[in-house]
Design a protein around this ligand. Structure first.
Ligand code: MRU
Length: 336
């Protein structure tokens, strides 16, 4: 099943409800979509690309317009709001921009609507195709019997379907390799335990849940011999991904275990270096509560960055839909 699709509005699988309930959420207004993005009902860089794309289409259908000019001004303003809903994953803005640019060529209200929706549908289908390609390329890095540690959620739920890092694992298994997956729980929002374990188990893929702090012991004991993660933005000097990825990369490097990154080319933002990227900081309640249970003194000082940065020197290879990049990463030397 697709994580996000269009049917008289945007439908998405509400990931805040998983793994307890599979519940679809329908967005008929841009505000509803922005709220869904902010609370992570839809999340993961490639899924956000599709959400951004459908979001611009949604703005086109949100109300009546007197003429195309009025409509274009309206959708430009809505596009900015959607693109800024979360700052770190570049894909959100990429999806928004792609649909907006196309739609602005429309000559009538109806034509703009048609162009926007067609482009959004195209982006969503392309995501599935490119994930299959990432899977096929990346599967070459995995051998029968590997123990693979993964972080956060990079599967069907983080994309329109199939996944990036988890897509590689799926493709390797499809080729007949036996892979044991170790999923870090990924505090504080537990995308690993709630989402990765849920979707792998649904597919009958062997997965073992570990705490984030157990990443070291599974590598030291030889239970894991490869790490694959996704990315939210790949810049000139490295990779932004879910908070905790950097620590995993350091532990993997210490143990001489390959640390692979899987992402579509739309995640690359080579005009920027790490200092120029905004790392989303999220609310204190994510750390001090588990449901209604208080986990820390209510007024404790909290720092809750949602992402961190891993320098290229710690990355053994980057898998995209076009193939596998190995160090030295020549494309990263190109000047913007
Ligand atoms: O905050 P999230 O859940 O949107 O963070 C997601 C990640 O960090 C993923 O690893 C990344 O987007 C790649 S998903 C294929």
């Amino acid at each position: 099943m697709r994580t996000i699709f269009w049917d008289d509005g945007i439908w998405l699988l509400d990931q805040t409800k998983l793994p307890e309930r599979e519940e679809m959420l329908k967005c008929k207004k841009v505000e509803e979509l922005v709220d869904a993005i902010k609370k992570l009902a839809i999340r993961g860089a490639p899924a956000l690309e599709a959400a951004g794309a459908y979001g611009v289409a949604l703005a086109c259908f949100e109300r009546d317009f007197k003429n195309p000019e009025e409509m274009k001004n309206y959708i430009k303003a809505r596009a900015e709001i959607i693109a800024n809903a979360r700052p770190t994953a570049v894909n959100l803005a990429v999806g928004v921009q792609r649909v907006l640019e196309k739609a602005l060529n429309g000559r009538s209200v109806e034509e703009i609507r048609k162009i926007a929706l067609e482009e959004a549908e195209k982006i969503a289908s392309e995501d599935i195709e490119r994930n299959r390609k990432i899977g096929k390329h990346g599967a070459k890095l995995l051998n029968d019997g590997d123990g693979v540690l993964t972080y956060c959620n990079t599967g069907r739920l983080a994309t329109v379907d199939w996944g990036t890092a988890l897509g590689i694992i799926r493709s390797a298994i499809e080729e007949g390799k036996k892979i044991k997956v170790f999923a870090c729980e990924t505090r504080p929002l537990n995308q690993g335990s709630r989402l990765t374990c849920y979707e792998l188990m649904k597919d009958g893929i062997e997965v073992t849940l570990i705490t984030d702090s157990a990443a070291g012991i599974v590598m030291r004991k030889g239970m894991v011999n490869k790490v694959i993660v996704g990315a939210d933005r790949i810049v000139r000097d490295g990779v932004f991904n879910k908070i905790g990825t950097y620590s995993v990369a350091i532990i993997a490097n210490y143990h001489k275990i390959p640390f692979y990154v899987a992402a579509p080319k739309s995640t690359f933002d080579l005009k920027k270096s790490s200092e120029e990227v905004v790392i989303e900081e999220r609310g204190r309640e994510e750390l001090i509560y588990c449901g209604n249970k208080l986990l820390a003194p209510r007024d404790v000082k909290v720092y809750n960055p949602a992402f961190d940065f891993t320098p290229l020197s710690l990355v053994s290879a980057i898998v995209t839909e076009e193939g596998i990049l190995f160090p030295p990463y020549k494309i990263f030397d190109q000047k913007a």
